[in-house]
Design a protein. Structure first.
Length: 158
């Protein structure tokens, strides 16, 4: 193996490790946001059952949940873009080192996934992952609408 191939192999290893780290960060972020959204939904229920809690607080909590869900969605998209760029570099290194490696592992993986998609379609993690903050945002919007309606209908104007 030439010195150039050795250097490319080291860069390749570095990029593979780097994509694994981004995936770990992404999983940790998802765990954080699922927990936070669940806490917000729980607080919403707790606040709505307490007559001493201000109506403003009952309205602010789901609004905060919607904003957190939107931020979470943007974060997922950013992680996707970052990993896509990293995989593009990995594919370029694989192309340069094909004779040394003997195979392009990530390109081969994609080929296998696409070949088996006729039996059961392959859905990328990001396409599924993006749905979770959207679902939480709808839950927060639903609770916001419900409690706003409840507050408005309980106002005694006459």
């Amino acid at each position: 193996m030439s010195n150039t191939d050795t250097n490319l192999l080291e860069v390749y290893k570095l990029y593979v490790t780097s994509t694994e780290k981004v995936t770990t960060w992404r999983q940790n972020a998802n765990t954080f946001f699922v927990s936070l959204n669940t806490i917000i939904l729980g607080l919403q229920q707790l606040f709505s059952s307490d007559k001493n809690i201000s109506n403003i607080l009952i309205i602010i909590v789901p609004i905060a949940g919607v904003f957190l869900s939107v931020i979470w969605l943007f974060l997922i998209i950013s992680f996707k873009k970052l990993n896509s760029a990293k995989y593009q570099v990995i594919h370029e290194i694989e192309s340069q080192m094909e004779s040394t490696l003997g195979v392009k592992p990530y390109a081969k993986e994609r080929q296998i996934l696409n070949a088996n998609s006729s039996k059961f379609p392959y859905f990328s993690l990001t396409s599924i992952e993006r749905q979770v903050p959207v679902i939480f945002a709808f839950l927060h919007l639903f609770t916001l609408t419900y409690y706003t309606y409840k507050i408005v209908t309980n106002l005694s104007i006459f």
